[in-house]
Design a protein around this ligand. Sequence first.
Ligand code: NAP
Length: 424
Amino acid sequence: MNASTQRSQFLDNVLKIIRRGCELGGFPEEFYELISRPERVVIVKIPVKMDSGKLKVFEGYRVQHNSALGPYKGGIRFHPEVTLEDDIALATIMTLKNSLAGIPYGGAKGAVRVNPKELSIRELEALCRGYARALRDVLGEYIDIPAPDVGTTAQTMAWMVDEYSKLVGRNSPAVFTAKPPELWGNPVREYATGFGCAVVSRELANELLGGLEGKKVAIQGFGNTGQWHAYFVSKMGAKVVAISDTSGTVYVPEGIDIELAMKVKNTTGKVINYPKGEKIPDPQAPLYVDADILGPDAMENQITLDNYHKIKAKIIVEGANGPTTPEAEAKLSERGVIIAPDFLANAGGVIMSYLEWVENLQWYIWDEDETRAKLERIMKNNFLRTWKKFEELRSANKSMTMRDAALVLSLERIYRAMKLRGWL
Ligand code: NAP
């Protein structure tokens, strides 16, 4: 089946969330019509001459979901199972995230159906350059600004920004963000998403657990988001007891040495090569261990009606996009579990991308400490605003969630922008 025709449970879930937000905020149906559909979807074919000499044609997408608040902004995912509908779901989450973060962007997301681990470096470079070439007309520093996501990295951004710059005949750093520090990037971007998750974990622990010090944290997924989430919560005094990747789970009730685990993962490719603790084959095992805080930092649709009852944590900080289905969230919420939603918790990456974009537009450089302090302040303020709204909603109706509060705040900003622009 062609990817573009597959139904996506993920998109259905995101649309349910948008519908609920519109009902809670009392927004009119015409607003739902605008916010539930992308403004533009571009499907491209990207031919790549493989090392074998054969030509392979990849399918790529760019979904430009909403531009009420500014240029489109969102990552590019390279994954063998990504579908166009998933990409629309991810672009919709970006619209919500950028609005809640208070940054001047609409939402977008791109994807290529490919397993990047199966490509040689040369093939990967050709694919990245092909993606930038194919989408050149719809990208731009004031139009649409991509960044990495699952399966893409600072290096892929470097190839894309180079290709784009050649095509337009001038250096154009601000068209792609999360670039390497040597090429107009900022060193904070590498860890910004996980750092932001850690800030949200700390703030939630302050509200609900009397602080983060000594609290047990379990992290599913040990890529960019999961590694830095684990690293910074451990630096803030928490004990990370479980981590996982597709190879399985490492469980150490006394706490994992995260710097060592990162070294092991990044040199051998597998967390289960960590030298100590119990090894559990199931990559989902961190969801079920005894922990105070859970970071589902891998992929969407991980916490569902089939497994929510096995979760012991009182707090969930969604590092991944869409890890909890709406049905599972309702059940967990009944049990008193507090979930910091993806578009609040993992906004550190895009907020840092915004700071990098501002630097690039001005050809100006902030140092690492100054940048991290700016990022932390924005994350913390966004958390506190959302928490205040959550308490307000919850005092009127016990079933309200943090996602509801974040949704109302996010949609309100987009709604006001659309009204002012005369779109509604
Ligand atoms: P990544 O670097 O590719 O890491 C993903 C990690 O998840 C890898 O360690 C992978 O294992 C692991 N994984 C995949 N399926 C798993 C499963 N079923 N159980 C346990 N682990 C699994 O990706 P990422 O950038 O961290 O992104 C992760 C999530 O965060 C995505 O939902 C993404 O949209 C979201 N996010 C990322 C950013 C960012 O700046 N990176 C920003 C916002 C949101 P292997 O290493 O074995 O493949």
